[in-house]
Design a protein around this ligand. Structure first.
Ligand code: PEP
Ligand code: CO
Length: 461
């Protein structure tokens, strides 16, 4: 609602939303496309393409997140920092899924809570940057903004935003989603195959062995149920899982082109993914991203960094979830291990006292990034665990539910984050430092983290 002032009278008017109203607001982090005509042509093409996900699926996720908001389930949101147009193949998609499924099974089995699985996958291409340009050896070029915009090579031609990339992102998302659906429905996700989700380089490690023991217990439990006469073959939840998709909806023109009116309800859904989130750098209340997000009916997230005040967070809740629908809004806290103990409690109390049914999720990655002595951007597994422990402690004190975890990971045996069972050190970082953007947990570190979070979860419910 807006207010019109005329004389001494105040008249309330409804400001209507449509998928283009964000265009009247300041939009941060948008590419400077050199040819606006070419962009509009590409966007028209994308708008004519089929949706990537369906409104009904977004509503299913909303209801699952509603359970998380009520403290009946846990959210695991995980995947790449930035998906790549280059590393795009079946193997990479399957391996990333395996890690998510492994982590989810550890959390479910150890803590006994259902886990809602959401990938940072099939659309996580756009990156917000702290500076518009990058200077190397006196040469200044536009920053890399993710493969949906430009290329990472430090080369003038590569850094020019190219609208054909918007269409390539659409097609890669479609193909990735197709494989995610096939893998999760086609027997690969069968609980009888949990052993096979362990990758070779992980299987030989202590985390891998711990996982194998857990997988053995699950397989025995399923065999036991079958032996007792239960027709386990006909229980779908033992044979398939649902992995939803999500990404930071940064490039609003792309998101607008994929926003469709649901024929069943008349509501608008951004059909580029099941769940979308607003990044820490673009969550201004009167900005374009909040404007766009308030009108789409998908479940949405918003990153909450260390400077967020209770008033700001309450205003975000009012704007993004005025009807107070449980699961509609996930607040993804990313304060850093040193700030969370002080920063989070006032926010938890304010939101709790206002009665907003949010999902609280912990992103222990983005507040704990530092440059190592050798000059690599990295994160330490112990800092990540420390922030998660702070998150759980704050919820315990406030009597609220620590609803989820949001992490950047890859299945590959990379050396981007320090610590973990294999004790990746500063010297190891150059060995396999492959990320295009932020440092990710490797397969072993991810599994290690899942066991540690499961222990925290066990003691909190
Ligand atoms: C991200 O999730 O990759 C990201 C850029 O996070 P944030 O907006 O929290 O900095
Ligand atoms: Co990141």
């Amino acid at each position: 609602m807006g207010q019109l002032r005329g004389g001494c009278e105040t008249v309330a008017v409804t400001i209507t939303w449509n998928p283009t109203t964000w265009r009247d607001r300041p939009a941060g982090q948008q590419p400077d496309w050199p040819d606006s005509g070419a962009v509009e042509t590409t966007l028209k093409t994308i708008a004519s393409y089929p949706p990537l996900v369906f409104a009904g699926e977004a509503r299913d996720l909303l209801s699952e997140l509603g359970r998380v908001a009520r403290g009946e389930a846990f959210l695991l949101q995980a995947g790449d920092c930035a998906e790549s147009f280059d590393a795009f193949n079946a193997n990479s998609i399957r391996e990333r899924l395996k890690v998510i499924l492994q982590m989810a099974v550890v959390l479910t089995y150890s803590a006994g809570v259902p886990v809602v699985k959401v990938g940072r996958i099939a659309g996580q291409f756009a990156k917000p940057r702290s500076a518009d340009t990058e200077t190397v050896d006196g040469v200044t070029l536009p920053s890399f903004r993710g493969h949906i915009v430009n290329d990472i090579a430090f080369d003038p031609a590569a850094r020019v935003p190219d609208p054909r990339r918007l269409e390539q992102a659409y097609h890669q998302s479609a193909a990735t989603l197709n494989l995610v659906r096939a893998f999760t429905r086609g027997g690969f996700a069968d609980l009888g195959r949990v052993h096979q989700w362990n990758q070779e380089f992980v299987a030989a490690s202590p985390e891998g062995a711990r996982y194998n023991a857990l997988a053995g217990e699950i397989e025995r439990a399923v065999r036991f149920m079958t032996a007792c006469g239960l027709d386990t073959a006909s229980v779908p939840s033992l044979h398939e899982v649902t992995v939803y998709t999500s990404h930071e909806a940064l490039i609003l023109a792309y998101e607008e082109a994929l926003t469709r009116q649901d024929s069943l309800t008349g509501d608008h859904y951004d059909c580029s993914a099941h769940m979308l989130w607003i990044g820490e750098r673009t969550r201004e209340l009167d900005g374009a991203h909040v404007e766009f997000f308030r009108g789409i009916r998908n479940p949405v997230g918003c990153k909450i960094g260390p400077t967020a005040t209770p008033d700001e967070v309450l205003a975000l809740c009012e704007s993004l979830n005025p009807d107070r629908i449980p699961g509609r809004l996930t607040l993804i806290v990313r304060m850093g291990k040193d700030r969370i103990a002080e920063g989070l409690p006032p926010l938890l109390e304010a939101v709790r006292d206002a009665g907003h049914p949010v999902v609280w999720s912990c992103d222990p990655m983005h507040g704990n990034t530092f440059t190592s002595a050798s000059g690599r951007k990295t994160r330490h597994l112990e800092d990540i665990v420390a922030e998660i422990a702070g998150f759980f402690a704050a919820h315990h004190a406030a009597g609220t539910w620590p609803g989820g975890l949001h992490v950047e990971l890859t299945s590959d045996d990379v050396t981007e984050c320090m610590g973990g069972g294999s004790a990746v050190s500063d010297d190891d970082l150059p060995l396999r430092y492959e990320t295009m953007c932020d440092p990710r947990l490797n397969g072993r570190q991810s599994l290690d983290l899942a066991f540690r979070v499961a222990e925290l979860l066990q003691s909190s419910h």
